[in-house]
Design a protein. Structure first.
Length: 409
């Protein structure tokens, strides 16, 4: 068994290509079930966010499996030209990638918190659809643990970063402050709430759209107002800034809606969705400035982050070592079990003769043998796993192979 993944992210492909392979939570579950049905695949987890799409699988090492082709089949993509945007990782490289990813060290904004929740949610969806297995379960759990430990022990200096925080900072550097501005956030899901709260905390006057059928049962961030989604175009001309962050497969702001729209002032539109929420052609209208997810890339790591990155990297490496110890032990358990059984049987044969000549009753002899068997198992376990913890991997594997030869028939 080995761990394999393919992935596409903001550093390799523009938003429109990432959108071709994006999943909602619902269809991610259905896709994982279909992938797991394929011969040679033991478990599958799909991680789909605004910045990346990754397909993870534990696979039979002997099987010829292309996760890229499986993904294209699910997405009804018949053009091989997109393969160049994907990265394939296996074994150690795949494991290392996930640990660094869950820790926020591979995000568009270094140290951001959202990816940790997204990795955890991906595991949760896989559990709900029964597509995870032991190896992926432990891998994702331990990666989340590493991310939590970093969040607790290595607080990044720029607080609780997200794309909207980065957008606000970028606008401020250009001399545009959101304080006092009239803002509308289209969408009240996870990203919408983060955006609304960030704008409100920055001093903006924030209104959030909610679907009419849900308007009485949803909460919006404290300090924000609400309007029905259907009223968004009536309210939009009053706005200085609009953020759209929904999981809708359709555009929330289309070109045709702006054809005869009279804007009261210049307006900034920020599209935080993948696939896009705002039709790109909207940006051509006079007085409209349109940004998408790829507009807020961090070109270089700020100097104040370097020390934190080093501390975070140390935690990642420690947690990775723990995972590989578990994985190595998992792979060796059947071999160790066989060695243990052979050792116990060997001991029983050697003690049987003197035990037969003992004055003990048969019932007492059976009880004694049962106690001896359990004691022997514990002793062999302690010896073998003690060796594993005190030796390097290569030396330990040589010891296991040597013990196996001792009992070869």
């Amino acid at each position: 068994m080995s761990i394999s993944m393919i992935g596409i992210d903001h550093s390799m492909a523009p938003v429109d290509i990432r959108a071709l392979f994006a999943f909602t939570k619902k269809n991610a579950g259905e896709a994982m079930e279909k992938i797991k049905e394929q011969p040679g695949i033991y478990g599958c987890i799909i991680l789909s966010t605004c910045n990346r799409l990754e397909v993870w699988a534990s696979v039979d090492e002997e099987a010829e499996i292309s996760l890229y082709e499986e993904l294209c089949r699910l997405k009804n993509v018949h053009n091989d030209e997109y393969r160049k945007y994907f990265t394939k990782r296996e074994g150690h490289d795949a494991v290392e990638h996930l640990f660094y990813l869950a820790s926020g060290l591979k995000s568009q904004i270094l140290g951001e918190d959202q990816i940790l929740t997204q990795v955890k949610d991906a595991l949760g969806i896989a559990r709900e659809h029964f597509t995870t297995d032991g190896a992926l379960e432990v891998l994702f759990r331990m990666a989340v643990t590493a991310g939590k430990k970093i969040k607790t022990e290595v607080p990044f200096s720029h607080g609780n970063p997200s794309v909207i925080h980065q957008a606000i900072q970028m606008l401020e550097k250009q001399g545009y402050s959101v304080a006092g501005k009239v803002c509308m956030v289209i969408g009240n899901g996870e990203m919408g709430k983060v955006a609304a709260q960030a704008l409100e905390e920055a001093g903006a006057d924030v209104t959030v759209t909610v679907r009419q059928y849900r308007s009485g049962v949803v909460n919006i961030p404290f300090g924000c107002k609400r309007i029905n989604y259907g009223e968004r175009m009536e309210y939009l001309p009053k706005c200085d800034l609009v953020v759209s962050a929904t999981a809708s497969p359709n555009f929330t702001l289309r070109e045709e809606l702006f054809e005869n729209l009279e804007l009261e002032k210049n307006i900034i539109l920020i599209d935080l969705a993948v696939p896009r929420d705002i039709e790109p052609e909207v940006g051509r209208f006079e007085g409209v400035t349109l940004f998408d997810m790829d507009s807020f890339r961090m070109d270089e790591t700020p100097a104040e982050l370097q020390e934190n990155l080093e501390a975070a990297g140390k935690i990642v490496r420690e947690q990775m070592d723990e995972f590989f110890k578990w994985l190595d032990g998992k792979e060796l358990i059947p071999r160790i079990q066989e060695i243990k059984e052979n050792a116990v049987n060997d001991f029983n044969l050697r003690i049987m003769k003197p035990l037969k000549n003992s004055p003990l009753e048969e019932e007492d002899k059976e009880k004694l043998m049962s106690a001896v068997d359990k004691a022997m198992e514990k002793v062999v376990n302690k010896m073998l796993f003690g060796l594993r913890d005190s030796m390097n991997e290569k030396a330990f594997l040589e010891c296991v192979a040597g013990l196996e030869k001792t009992y070869e028939k």
